[in-house]
Design a protein around this ligand. Sequence first.
Ligand SMILES: C[S@@+](CC[C@H](N)C(=O)[O-])C[C@H]1O[C@@H](n2cnc3c(N)ncnc32)[C@H](O)[C@@H]1O
Length: 326
Amino acid sequence: MNRWVVKPHCALIFFHSWFNDLLLIPCALPPLLLTHRWLGLRGHDGPPTGGEIAAHWLGWSILFEGIGPRIMRTTGDPWDVAAYAAGALAAWAWWTNSHRKIVPNREVANFDWLAAHYRWMEWVLAGNKLQRCRTAFLASIPRPRQVLLLGEGNGRFLAAFCRQFPEARVTCVDASPRMLHQAQSRLQRAGGTAGKVEFVTADVGTWDFPVAEFDLIVTHFFLDCFRPDQLDELMPKIASSSKTGAHWLVADFCRAPRGWRRWRSGVILSLMYWFFEWFSRLPARELTEPDSRMQAEGFHLQQRQSADWELLHTDLWVKSEGVGKG
Ligand SMILES: C[S@@+](CC[C@H](N)C(=O)[O-])C[C@H]1O[C@@H](n2cnc3c(N)ncnc32)[C@H](O)[C@@H]1O
């Protein structure tokens, strides 16, 4: 179309120099990947991944703009490389967005791949802020005996908790075996009493919660992994596993209530959900505040600490007397 219909009638340099380059990745990559699939070189029918797009953009840029001009009568042009990249970005956004609309909701995130990188990424992006939130109320809760840690991840809270309460019995549930492995190693390095900690690899959506067993529940940076419909199912199960008077510690992100802080927290949250959607297949696509659900389960907020211009908070909730099965 460009060669026979557009170019002969249009003098714009864009159509003569870069329009076809823009279309390279959107038009050439899908049939190429389909061929890979037929040849057994590709293991799925999903849309082109970020890695595939980046690799082909790089390979074709080197071939067409670096090697090609040395062996054929063509010229290399860095603007062509920029046009391939612009087309690739637009195509990637379009493929991702249309794929989102046709895939069913994801149920369980997969943090296995992130497990090895979680600690340094947290250090680079947040320093010690998240750990301060996790441990904010450790000194002010009553000595717990039976503790449930949900989505504990790589065990930073667990290690600090076991230092403070070495005699507590802890059940530590996480869907990611690699995260739990990290938690176990961290606890050992910290000299913790692993005998008192039970590590359970399970999806909380299907795990059999014991009834009225725990006097402390901890869900740090965990409830934000779920969609509203998942939280509707999960929160009653968590609540019914707690005894009357139980405490529930929640450290998490939140949307600041107003002003530039709200804008800032909105941008950071969007970036985070985008990142975790790509790298952990997180079911949630935005933050659902759990407060109303916790109140509905008979918990009341005893203390709240905010940090980082109200992007972070730590809550201490308590289960009211005579509520629930405990
Ligand atoms: C964002 S990380 C938070 C880890 C840790 N609690 C922290 O404070 O950094 C979420 C953790 O929840 C776990 N997780 C997510 N969905 C889960 C599910 N459905 N069942 C059990 N664990 C889950 C992930 O494997 C991951 O370790």
